[in-house]
Design a protein around this ligand. Structure first.
Ligand SMILES: O=C(O)C(=O)C[C@@H](O)[C@H](O)[C@H](O)COP(=O)(O)O
Length: 373
């Protein structure tokens, strides 16, 4: 038998280093990867109802193959679970299930489950180790890596949380085969973000290979997940707690978080869809301020269109608040410093930077143009 291809990326943080394994079939091999990390053969799995129905039995079998017992809790799927209620349920379940500090919590799901389970693991018994097993493209390329955990609050996205690094990430690209196309493309918004923020060569590779990736090519998917994780790991190793460079990973997110708040974290706009629109708007803003050539936003939009993705506010179904109200929502952004908004802008594709030197009128006019039509 030919061994399936896998790649490993190391997140080399002092005292908290961990591996990200990317490959097909990692769910079946979960026991093999988790066994050396366990003090006793028992794990607690936090997942959602959709993932549990599709993949939990396979994960339990992969763990049982190494005689690891699993208890599990499946929460409702969707962004609404990333809430105080969801956090209370997950944390109290861990405590009721007698999960000890020396045990492992397994976050088995997309970004919502990864962020929520990581936060619950960070606070239950003041900190339990956890493993990320991301099941969506978005979680595989982004949210499972780097230790940002948290929930949304009434005031906005991810406003309560903790930095809590996982001890291992297992990204099984075979799981992407069952993702609905909309879900896959939402994750692709984060993949494009990496090319746009720091690697023009990767963006060019996506321009060529994006459609293959969307259509299910395993090798192309593995490479996109590997390169995204590698780029994220490099940034996280330089700046774990976002004092500087890590804010680059927020390209598109200042717009996205305001749009998610404005659409009530509903199915009208998925996170990665908002990131893709936010990236297009960040390039518009950069061009409008004379920071990058006018052709760059058009190139970003052309690629999103090739992939069948939205790039404008007017593409979001239903009404949106005014540009001024969206700007006010951005005031809750975690990058705000001394009361001033900071944006991730770009000098070119692959050359992002952070600046607070952005006139509000320019933001309003970019938002208004994107909404009109
Ligand atoms: O890991 C990071 O750092 C990121 O900014 C990655 C983002 O893509 C991700 O959505 C993150 O959760 C957003 O972080 P936030 O601090 O802006 O809420």
């Amino acid at each position: 038998m030919i061994a399936p291809k896998t790649a490993t990326v190391r997140v080399d943080l002092p005292g908290r280093a961990y591996d990200i394994h990317v490959g097909a079939g990692l769910v079946a091999q979960a026991g093999h990867h988790l066994r050396p990390l366990l003090r006793r053969p028992r794990v607690a799995i936090l997942t959602d109802e959709t993932v549990a129905q599709a993949h939990l039995a396979a994960l339990e079998a992969g763990l049982a193959a190494q005689s690891i017992e699993a208890v599990s809790l499946a929460l409702p799927a969707g962004e609404a679970t990333k809430s105080w209620d969801g956090l209370a349920r997950a944390t109290e379940w861990l405590i009721e299930s007698r999960v000890e500090r020396g045990d492992l919590v397994v976050a088995f799901g997309g970004g919502v489950i990864g962020d929520l389970a990581g936060f619950a693991a960070a606070i239950a018994r003041r900190g339990i180790r956890f493993v990320q097993m991301p099941t969506s493209l978005l979680a595989q390329v982004d949210s499972s890596v780097g230790g940002k955990t948290g929930i949304n609050t009434a005031q906005g996205k991810n406003l309560a949380g903790a930095f809590h690094q996982p001890v291992l990430v297992l990204a099984d690209v075979a799981l992407l085969d069952t993702l609905p196309e909309r879900e896959f493309l939402s994750g692709y918004g984060e993949v494009v973000k990496y090319g746009l923020l720091g690697d023009a060569g990767f963006f060019e590779w996506l321009e060529i290979n994006g459609p293959r990736l969307r259509d299910g090519d395993r090798d192309a998917r593995l490479e996109a997940v590997r390169r995204s994780c590698e780029m994220k790991a490099e940034i996280v190793m330089r700046d774990e707690t976002e004092q500087g460079d890590r804010a680059l990973l927020n390209l598109g997110h200042t717009f996205c978080h305001a749009l998610e708040a404005a659409t009530g974290y509903s199915d009208r706009l998925k996170h990665g869809e908002g990131v893709a629109i936010g990236c297009a708007l960040a390039f518009d803003l950069s061009a409008r301020l004379g920071l990058c050539p006018q052709e760059e936003p058009s190139r970003v939009r052309a690629h999103l269109a090739t992939m069948g993705m939205r790039a404008e506010l007017r593409d979001i179904p239903g009404d949106l608040p005014s540009a001024e109200s969206l700007l006010a929502l951005m005031g809750q952004d975690k990058k705000v410093k001394d009361g001033k908004l900071r944006f991730v802008l770009a000098r070119a594709i692959g050359e992002a930077f952070v600046t607070s030197d952005v006139p509000p009128e320019a933001v309003i006019s970019v938002l208004s143009d994107s909404a009109a039509g």
